[in-house]
Design a protein around this ligand. Sequence first.
Ligand code: ADP
Ligand code: RBF
Ligand code: MG
Length: 185
Amino acid sequence: MATTRVRGLPHFAVGTVVKGFGRGSKELGIPTANFPEHVVEELPDEITTGIYYGWAKVDDGPTFKMVMSIGWNPYYNNKKKSMETHIMHVFKEDFYGSELKVVMLGYIRPEKNFKSLEELITAIHNDISESDKQLLQAQHLHYKQHPFFTEKSGAQCNGVISNGVVTNVHGKENGLANGNIEQNS
Ligand code: ADP
Ligand code: RBF
Ligand code: MG
């Protein structure tokens, strides 16, 4: 397996789950929890649109695998970028208004246009199984126990949390959260 460095990763983000564009992800069987605008604006420039995988936690719940789509939205004349997280867990209820914490660890593919909804769904299912595999690797697994997830909300962990936003520091002081990481491909 070749390893490639992914600039800008890992990226930590936290925010309140807001209403999305109502395009019916849930009807596709793939609900996506949307982050508010200010969290999207915190993304470093080197994090391009596309599909990412990592870990996610809702309020004080457990940490689950996640797959995230970062994309531009034609509905807003391609002026509004969104971060939509599908958590790989079946929840009993919606959790709008809850605090969502994620760490993005790896990149899967760019956003694509699909001829049919079926093709989009198939691609998303492939993304989910790819994330499932990638996240089993030790270098990804250990982020599940990262203080970002295990410490109380507001704790400082290799980034500064202000206004609910983790400012990621891309230095080298700490091998855990800062700088680039390697991704197997
Ligand atoms: P919206 O357009 O409002 O984002 P969706 O159809 O994408 O609507 O549904 C997203 C909502 O579904 C989330 O905000 C959350 O409350 C709920 N939800 C339930 N299960 C999940 C899950 N596994 N991953 C993400 N969101 C989920
Ligand atoms: N939308 C696209 O237009 N192209 C994509 O390649 C694409 N990939 C996605 C991958 C994942 C893992 C997820 C969760 C969403 C993706 N979406 C993509 C967004 C999808 O269209 C969105 O969740 C809703 O608009 C579905 O109704
Ligand atoms: Mg959504």
